[in-house]
Design a protein around this ligand. Structure first.
Ligand SMILES: Cc1cc2nc3c(=O)[nH]c(=O)nc-3n(C[C@H](O)[C@H](O)[C@H](O)COP(=O)(O)O)c2cc1C
Length: 474
């Protein structure tokens, strides 16, 4: 049976009222501007653009894809109504169990509907938007998979790295130092060889999610994506490089990055909501084969002022990792972790615990701020009691306002792990930052004498919802 593809997910979105179609928006500013407006609320649907001026009417663009927990639930084949913390728990189990299915090589697939080589290659046939006003060009690869093969071990890696379109047969790649794609490319160039590369744009969102998650070095992302989908990913091998791409992808191209072949790149808005990285030169991709399905769909995941496409699935996955790492460090009774969407999934973390002893909440906060999954580019860690839903910002702030004594509830930590993309890091050369850990739990010594909360108990809520559920707000 063929794998589910992007079009199956789009049908699921439509069936669940999660898709808005917009016709006639142009790629210069209107598509990007409309996506920006849609990204501001997590209740907004995904947006599909058709009838894009200057392009065949069914060459489409899909964006605002994973900016909501229900759409992530659908992509994972889960109940659409699972809550934020239930989704975090899903990722926790995925990380612990590490399910895998090896990819399955097939003879053909819809990606081969249209195949171009030599002078016929023209990636500008795809309507590629300028996503934000200050972007330095058109980025065909945002929600993409960049596939490479380790020249020594044969390990196949794929990751989501931004890819800018520079004309019919040229693109560029931006990999941060230490990313697996960066390491693999450098290995070819150290031998004086060109680096083979394939870029895939438009695929089932589960495949894209894995592209953006930090899988361990040496682990094949196709195996992990198969684990998410519950079956092996059907792949074909690209004709020149032999690199595997999903047989039902929308758009794919392959080519080579030659040593010392660089091109002006960027800027592109970033996940923190700023342009801190600026324009630079980056490796050029010289394209040798280009292919797309009939009526292809370019999928975009746009870094911007959060919440953005990074925020929710990476945030919920990261929360699962922080939760697991807190437990591994010996912190008992963690009840939830939430990375608030405004913090781009990294800069704000809320941890809820059932307090067991004096100092428990302080310990949980300090470790959350420094464990591997929580430390990078964090600014605020808030620890709340287990009666507070960490994903409900109103209740988190109420807790900070009423349960925190700033004199001993607030710690400021200096010299912590960050990135030059953090606009408040010390400098580009020394990209560390400072951060705050807030203990917003009822002081343990007052746990039996603290004032009673003036809100329905859970039990009263349940009785009332049972009797008056049809007239009550959900
Ligand atoms: C939408 C999106 C865009 C991204 N853009 C980049 C990028 O341009 N460069 C980069 O190094 N990482 C980027 N990342 C982060 C990487 O995808 C992420 O760190 C991933 O784990 C990299 O794969 P790797 O662990 O195999 O290197 C992006 C992630 C997402 C979700």
């Amino acid at each position: 049976m063929a794998n589910k593809d992007l079009r199956d997910w789009i049908s699921d979105l439509e069936a669940n009222g999660q898709l808005q179609v917009v016709s006639g928006a142009d790629r210069e500013e209107e598509i990007g501007a409309i996506v920006d407006i849609y990204m501001r609320q997590m209740t907004n649907p995904a947006v599909m653009f058709d009838n894009i001026p200057g392009y065949p009417k069914d060459f489409r663009v899909l964006a605002n894809i994973l900016t909501s927990v229900p759409r992530i639930n659908l992509a994972l084949g889960e109940d659409i109504n699972k809550s934020e913390v239930e989704l975090v728990d899903y990722w926790r189990k995925y990380m612990k169990d590490q399910p895998t299915h090896a990819p399955v090589e097939v003879n053909g697939g819809p990606i081969l509907d249209n195949v171009f080589e030599g002078a016929d290659i023209d990636i500008t046939k795809i309507p590629t938007p300028k996503w934000h006003e200050h972007d330095g060009g058109y980025f065909i690869g945002t929600a993409c998979m960049v596939v490479m093969k380790d020249p020594d071990s044969g390990w196949i890696n794929y990751g989501a790295y931004r890819v800018q379109s520079h004309g019919p047969n040229t693109a560029s790649l931006m990999t941060s130092k230490g990313k697996h794609g960066d390491i693999i490319r450098d290995k070819y160039h150290a031998k004086g060889e060109p680096c083979p590369i394939a870029v895939v744009v438009g695929m089932h969102p589960a495949l894209f999610m894995v592209a953006g998650l930090e899988m361990p070095y040496g682990k094949n992302e196709y195996d992990s994506a198969g684990g998410l989908l519950g079956e092996g990913v059907e792949i074909i091998n690209m004709p020149k490089t032999g690199l595997p791409v999903p047989a039902n992808a929308e758009i794919a191209f392959e080519g080579y990055i030659h040593p010392d072949d660089r091109i002006d790149e960027g800027p592109l808005g970033e996940w923190t909501g700023y342009y801190a990285g600026g324009a630079t030169t980056q490796p050029a991709i010289r394209i040798e084969t280009f292919m797309h399905r009939d009526d292809p769909i370019l999928m975009g995941a746009i870094p911007a002022v959060p919440p953005n496409d990074d925020t929710f699935y990476r945030g919920t996955y990261r929360c699962g990792a922080v939760w697991n790492q807190l437990e591994a460090a010996g912190i008992p009774e963690v009840k939830g972790v939430w990375a608030h969407e405004a913090g781009g999934s990294r800069m704000w973390l809320t941890v809820s615990i059932k307090q067991m002893y004096g100092g428990h909440s302080k310990q949980a906060g300090l470790i959350a701020s420094q464990c591997h999954a929580g430390a990078y580019a964090n600014r605020w860690v808030i620890v709340v009691d287990d009666d507070i839903d960490p994903a409900n910002l109103n209740d988190v702030i109420w807790s900070m306002c009423t349960r925190c004594d700033p004199q001993d509830g607030v710690e400021i930590l200096n010299g912590c792990w960050s990135t030059h993309l953090d606009p408040m890091s010390y400098s580009h050369e020394d990209p560390r930052n400072s951060r705050v850990v807030v203990d917003a739990c009822i002081p343990y010594r007052r746990k039996d004498t603290f004032p009673i909360v003036a809100r329905n108990s859970k039990e009263l809520d349940e009785r009332i919802f049972k009797k008056f559920g049809d007239v009550l707000p959900k």
